[in-house]
Design a protein. Sequence first.
Length: 276
Amino acid sequence: MPELPEVEAVRREIAPAMQGARFEHVLLRRANLRIPFPRNFAGRLEGQLVEALTRRGKYLLAGLSSGETLIIHLGMSGSFDVDRDGAAGGLERDGGRHDHVVFDMSSGATVIFNDPRRFGLMDIAARGRLERYPALRAMGPEPLSPEFAADILARACRGRKVSLKVALLDQRVVAGLGNIYASEALHRAHLSPRRRASTLATAGGAPREGARRLAAAIKAVLNDAVERTMSDDYRSSRFRVYDRAGAACPTRGCAGTIKRIVQAGRSTFYCATCQR
Ligand SMILES: [Zn+2]
């Protein structure tokens, strides 16, 4: 399941082909992915300029010159290929069996959406409706935005009685964080995943020291992961704790061992010695 870093890496890879370019032709090979494509999908895209390709949590957002916004989620198995020579190539690959959407862009590139399991989605928010789009409306702060810092994280955790790990998976607390990077960030911040989320803030909602460490750790872990995803050592042994139960803790000077526990039905990996 792609988390924020994988989605951000996809954004950076397809942005040169799409940003500042017009949709010349849109080919839909099916009526739906996880949900049906919106009415007149191709017609609402063709001729429109992509003014900006941004990301919100795990969603890609293409702002169109019409004022509408193309919303894309990769689901479990969605991916994009960019054929820079246009036409040919990508269309033939895989017999096109899982190539469900093909964008011919005025940049000369063909951008192909492939999704074998079809949990992805593409939708269009009408002009002025993006803020009210259900999946985006309640979404919490964007961790890679310049504004994201201890005060924002503390405010989001204030009064929450759930564990810190469970809070981090809540998209209303932080947008786009998933199971892997929640464990990684907590280890980097030396905070126990079992700690109550509310302990990051004072009663008045001001950030405590833990909030400072965690906000910085979230940014660092996500930025590292974006870089690694875009380079060739993707999926090499890059995690500090995730899926490393029984391994020695990588914290310098710590003699602890990584443990696996289950919180809200999901695996958490951490070191009980240096994460408090
Ligand atoms: Zn440790």
